[in-house]
Design a protein around this ligand. Structure first.
Ligand code: IMP
Ligand code: MG
Length: 421
């Protein structure tokens, strides 16, 4: 058993989300008790009662989780985080910036996904992930303080991996709607192009830049609320009404004190160390990749028409993470090692710093007024995970889920502002 446990841990712990797995486990009990192994052999009407009972029991579990989250927030506020029951039950759980209406979100998702109607398939990781997303969006739209900043990852969140944000993208109208409601939109991407002309960002984000430029509805100050933080937390660009496009913002205007203290020699030795690990992996595993070194990052990308398999990419990322974590320089700086799906990168800085810098630059926006939308929330080897330390989050699987989550957000904001609501 011990060996099996350790193998499972070594192989999978970095890909699991402790909180989601724990919720799945709780929902599995009513599912099993009301599963109908004989379902479909009988007529469907004969198990309608089971659906009603299961729905009530799932909802009761969600209500209890909601209270545990409230207890966590209360203990954080009182300076007694160690007393939070949820932290004892799920030690890996993060900090909650807002309450989460889990029961209400469950009913919304149950209507869409027929979770409690299923007799043979238990509530899944994706069911729980989407319930949490909906709860987060509901809570932000009606919170005591208004939502002020939505940050979005690029690849897989705004556009398909390695692609661009084109004019016909369905996410553009909903981003414009957020800007119209005085919510700033920051694209916080790992893609790092340090060139102050911003040419590469302008190419990849052309759809939204042109849409903001052309908009007749947005006020100039709302247009200026479109920003891009590149290289995790290294390069900031902002839409300029005068230039009609993105312009580079001098780091002096936005850099956080903790980043200012970083020494350039330390930065380069961290990247040297990361490059050494990536190089050895490339040789030992005979990877079809090419190593790329930048000022603030080092990575391995596939050779033209070649592919590196997921397992090998994970080996590289876990290897780099481990080597850096145990190094002196790795303890001095913040870095982010992640598997981008077809490549692996080690960046200086991370999305926690990227989101915090934007919050500060835009006038000290707090975590409970910020939402980060991303696709990479595994605990190791994923780059959106760190944003959880600075903001509320929504975890999407592809760009269509981003559109859905933002449309839902806009709808809930409008409902919360309707007279009499
Ligand atoms: P994100 O999903 O928007 O954070 O972008 C991640 C992807 O950006 C990676 O998978 C890479 O393909 C690409 N990329 C390009 N330049 C860099 C870099 O300097 N660091 C990390 N990723 C980069
Ligand atoms: Mg991504």
């Amino acid at each position: 058993m011990t060996t099996k446990y350790r193998v499972e841990y070594a192989l999978k712990s970095h890909r699991r989300d402790g909180f989601i797995e724990w919720i799945k486990g709780l929902l599995a009990v009513p599912f099993i008790l009301h599963s109908e192994p004989a379902a479909y052999i009988q007529r469907v009407e004969s198990w309608e009662d089971a659906t009603t009972t299961t729905r009530q029991q799932y909802a009761a579990i969600m209500r209890d989780i909601e209270q545990l989250i409230a207890d966590s927030i209360a203990n954080d506020t009182n300076g007694t985080p160690y007393l939070a029951k949820l932290r004892h039950l799920v030690p890996s759980v993060g900090r909650f910036f807002t309450h989460l209406p889990m029961e209400q979100a469950f009913y919304i998702e149950d209507t869409k996904r027929a979770i409690s109607c299923r007799r043979l398939v238990s509530p899944s990781f994706n069911d729980v992930r989407l319930i949490l997303n909906t709860a987060q969006v509901l809570s932000l739209s009606a919170g005591p303080e208004p939502l002020r900043l939505v940050t979005l990852d690029g690849d897989v969140t705004l556009y398909e991996d390695g692609k661009t944000l084109t004019h016909d993208s369905k996410v553009i109208p909903v981003l414009l709607e957020l800007l119209k409601r005085d919510v700033a939109v920051g694209i916080v991407t790992a893609a790092g192009y340090g060139d102050p002309s911003g040419t590469k960002y302008k190419e990849r984000l052309e759809g939204i830049i042109v849409a903001v430029h052309d908009s007749q509805e947005l006020l100039p100050k709302q247009k200026r609320n479109l920003l891009v933080m590149g290289g995790e937390s290294n390069f900031l660009f902002r839409f300029s009404v005068d230039s009609g496009t993105l312009v580079y913002v001098d780091p002096e205007e936005w850099i956080l004190p903790e980043m200012k203290a970083w020494d350039e020699d330390d930065i380069q030795s961290l990247l040297d160390l990361a490059e050494e690990v990536i190089c050895s992996c490339k040789e030992v595993m005979n990877l079809n990749g090419e190593i790329i070194r930048k000022d603030r990052a080092v990575g391995i990308v596939p050779l033209p028409d070649k592919k590196m398999i997921r397992e090998d990419l994970e080996e590289v990322v876990l290897g780099a993470q481990r080597r850096l974590e145990f190094s002196e320089v790795g303890r001095k700086l913040h870095f982010c090692a992640f598997n981008g799906g077809s490549d692996v990168w080690v960046d200086i800085g991370d999305k926690r710093l990227g989101v915090l810098a934007l919050q500060k630059y835009l006038g000290n926006i707090s975590g409970n007024q910020t939402l980060h939308v991303g696709d990479q929330f595994a605990s190791i080897g994923a780059n959106d995970f760190k944003a959880r330390l600075a903001a509320c989050t929504v975890w999407v699987a592809d760009p269509s889920e981003t559109v859905e989550a933002l449309q839902q957000l806009r709808m809930f904001i409008d409902m919360a502002h309707e007279p009499g609501s």
